[in-house]
Design a protein around this ligand. Structure first.
Ligand code: MG
Length: 206
């Protein structure tokens, strides 16, 4: 399986990251399956090649049907479950690579950089997936809070676009971008991700 991630999908996050790009189409990158850290494990160890790991809380979608060139109007048929996750980023490494104009894959796709919570049915909250609240608490303080209506590209648009380039397969995950409020994690931090008021992951930083 693969993990497809979207960058720059919330205006407020684009502003905080000093990017001048306003993406007309989704900005995609891939993480390998070795990047997954499921909530079952509940511990994230900061790797030795970075001293500035950032959390990025995101809504994550699990694909449950194979598809290629999926039309946006049919995209909702390709996923039944969602969760929250963390696109963990070695920001120091990413900044250094970006400055040199090099691909920043290693800063985003290292082992355990894709935290995923427990999946829930997308209808669970009785609302459209385009209108869900989610938030991240760090040490019992809310550090990111957003509604999926603030996405620049909707989940269905992302699926349609991504499937032009990548055949989507059952079990593939899509990280749909982070809202404002990203920041650093340190040893001892506790990170909890929510959709509405449901706690879907609880990760200890070691
Ligand atoms: Mg991200």
């Amino acid at each position: 399986m693969k993990i497809i991630c979207v960058g720059l999908n919330y205006h407020a996050h684009i502003q905080e990251s000093n990017q001048e790009i306003l993406p007309v189409e989704p900005v995609l990158f891939i993480k390998p399956d070795s990047a997954i850290l499921h909530n079952d494990k509940n511990q994230f160890y900061i790797p030795d090649f970075t001293s500035d790991v950032h959390y990025e809380a995101e809504i994550v979608v699990r694909i449950d049907k194979m598809g290629k060139n999926i039309a946006e109007r049919f995209a909702h048929r390709y996923y039944k479950e969602i969760t929250t996750g963390l696109d963990l980023t070695a920001r120091d490494l990413q900044t250094e690579l970006r400055k040199k104009g090099l691909p920043w894959e290693i800063s985003k796709s290292f082992d355990n950089s894709a935290v995923i919570g427990n999946f829930v049915p997308k209808e669970k909250y009785g609302k459209e997936v385009t209108n869900l609240n989610f938030h991240l608490d760090k040490n019992a303080e809310t550090v990111q809070r957003a509604n999926t209506s603030e996405m620049i590209h909707t989940i269905d648009q992302i699926i349609a676009y991504a499937s032009r380039f990548f055949t989507l397969k059952t079990g593939d995950l899509i990280f749909t971008g982070t809202p404002a409020g990203v920041g650093r994690i340190d040893i001892g931090d506790c990170l909890k991700g929510y959709i509405e008021e449901d706690e879907l992951f609880n990760i200890q930083v070691c």
